[in-house]
Design a protein around this ligand. Structure first.
Ligand SMILES: [Zn+2]
Length: 380
C-alpha cells in the first residue's frame, strides 16, 4: 500500500491546507474526520465514513513516481494562491511529468485579470481559461454584454472558457449564476458561437454522478460521496439523462464550437451511452478528471472504453496539486494493479484497479488529444 496515506502526506506539505480545501484528501485530513475512536471502532458501531479496510492480498504493487509520457492536465483550478505556492506547484508538475496545466478560473472581469497576472510568471506551464458573465441573463441585452466581456477576457489572455457548470438547476460560472437557463437555451447561442469564432474551447460540467440523484439509502452504491453532494432533494431539477440530452443539443447546435464535457459527462456508470454521444458529436470531447475512483471498480470495461474512444478523451485532475494525487491517477491508468484502496483521496469505500492502458492510448489521452484540440485554436 504505497500510496495508502495520502492525506497524511498532504498534511505534511508546507501549504497543502491553503489550497481551498476542495479536495477530498484535504477534507479527510481535518481533525473532524479523524479516524474512528476506540469506541467507534467496534464493528457494532463502526460508521461507513470511518471504514478503512486494508488489502490482504500479496500481489504486485506498482509505484509510479512520474507519468510514462508527458502530460497536459486539462482540468485544474487556481489552487495555488501565492507566488511561492505557484512555484511549488511547478516543481510538483516537473517531478510527476505534467508539462502544462489548464487553469479553469470560472471568473471574468477583475477577478480573472488578477488570477491571470499571478500565473503569468510561468506562461509556458499554465493556461488561463475564463468564465462567463451571466449577469442580466434574464434581461434583454444579455447576449451582447456577455459576448463583450468574453472578448475582453480573451484580450486579457484567456485561451478557453470553463469550468461552466449545470447540475440541473441552470448555468453557473463561479459566482455568476443563471437559474433555469440551461446550455441549450437560445439566450446562450451568441456566447457559444462567439467561443467558436474566437477559437476558445469550453470546459462544460453537466449533471453529477448518478448516485447523487438516487435515494440516500443502504442500496446507494456511492453513498459516501452521494450524500455529501446529493441532488435527490433538489426540487425542479433536470435529471442526469435530461442534462445529457441538453449537452447533445448544445453541441449539435454549435458545431463550430469545441466542448469538453467534464468528468466523462458523468456517464462513467453508462460508458456505452457516452460512446454514442461522442460518436454523434464530433465537436465534443470528455475529460477524465475526478472520475478515477468511479471508473477503477470496472477496469475491463473502462480500458475497453479508453481503447474505443482514445481520440476523444483528455487527461484532467481537478483534485489539487499534491504529487501523490497525480501519482494515483497514473497508477490507475498505467498499471494492472488490483484491489487497492485510496479512500482518503477519493472518499469511496471501495477498492480500485488499474486499467493497464497501452502506450499508444496513454500518449493520446495524456497529451496528444489536448495538443490537437489546443492547437486547433490557432486556425480559428
Ligand atoms: Zn473542476
Amino acid at each position: 500500500m504505497k500510496w495508502a496515506n495520502l492525506a497524511g502526506l498532504a498534511a505534511g506539505l508546507p501549504f497543502a491546507s491553503a489550497f481551498g480545501a476542495t479536495t477530498n484528501a484535504a477534507k479527510a485530513a481535518s481533525p473532524a474526520d479523524a479516524p474512528a475512536t476506540t469506541k467507534a471502532a467496534s464493528p457494532e458501531t463502526l460508521l461507513l465514513k470511518d471504514y478503512r479496510p486494508q488489502s490482504i492480498y500479496k500481489i504486485p504493487v506498482t509505484e509510479i513516481a512520474k507519468a510514462k509520457f508527458p502530460v497536459i492536465d486539462m482540468h485544474s483550478h487556481p489552487y495555488a494562491k501565492s507566488a511561492a505556492e505557484i512555484d511549488q506547484w511547478v516543481r510538483n508538475m516537473d517531478q510527476v511529468g505534467i508539462e502544462k496545466t489548464i487553469i479553469l478560473t470560472m471568473t471574468t472581469g477583475a477577478a480573472f485579470d488578477e488570477i491571470h497576472r499571478k500565473y503569468a510568471r510561468h506562461p509556458q506551464r499554465f493556461e488561463m481559461w475564463c468564465g462567463f458573465d451571466l449577469a442580466g441573463y434574464d434581461k434583454s441585452g444579455f447576449g451582447p454584454s456577455a459576448v463583450k466581456e468574453l472578448e475582453r477576457c480573451k484580450q486579457s489572455g484567456a485561451r478557453g472558457v470553463g469550468e461552466i457548470h449545470d447540475k440541473g438547476k441552470g448555468l453557473i460560472s463561479g459566482q455568476s449564476k443563471a437559474p433555469g437557463m440551461h446550455p441549450d437555451d437560445p439566450r446562450m447561442d451568441s456566447l457559444w458561437d462567439k467561443c467558436g469564432d474566437l477559437g476558445m474551447p469550453i470546459s462544460l460540467h453537466v449533471a453529477d454522478p448518478i448516485w447523487m440523484y438516487q435515494k440516500m439509502d443502504r442500496h446507494n452504491d456511492g453513498l459516501m460521496n452521494a450524500y455529501e453532494w446529493r441532488l435527490d432533494n433538489q426540487p425542479n431539477i433536470v435529471g442526469l439523462s435530461g442534462m445529457i440530452d441538453i449537452l447533445e443539443r448544445t453541441a449539435a447546435k454549435h458545431r463550430n464550437t469545441t466542448f469538453i464535457a467534464c468528468h466523462f459527462a458523468n456517464l462513467e456508470y453508462d460508458l456505452a451511452r457516452l460512446g454514442e454521444v461522442l460518436e454523434r458529436n464530433p465537436n465534443l470531447h470528455a475529460d477524465i478528471s475526478a472520475r478515477y475512483a468511479e471508473t477503477a471498480p470496472i477496469p475491463r470495461c473502462a480500458a475497453a472504453f479508453y481503447e474505443k474512444h482514445a481520440d476523444r478523451l483528455v487527461y484532467g485532475t481537478d483534485m489539487g496539486v499534491d504529487k501523490g494525487m497525480y501519482q494515483v491517477t497514473f497508477r490507475i491508468l498505467e498499471s494492472l494493479d488490483e484491489h487497492f484502496y485510496e479512500i482518503d483521496q477519493f472518499s469511496y469505500h471501495w477498492s480500485l484497479n488499474g486499467f493497464g492502458l497501452s502506450d499508444g492510448i496513454l500518449k493520446q489521452v495524456y497529451r496528444g488529444n489536448a495538443v490537437r484540440l489546443l492547437s486547433a485554436r490557432d486556425k480559428a
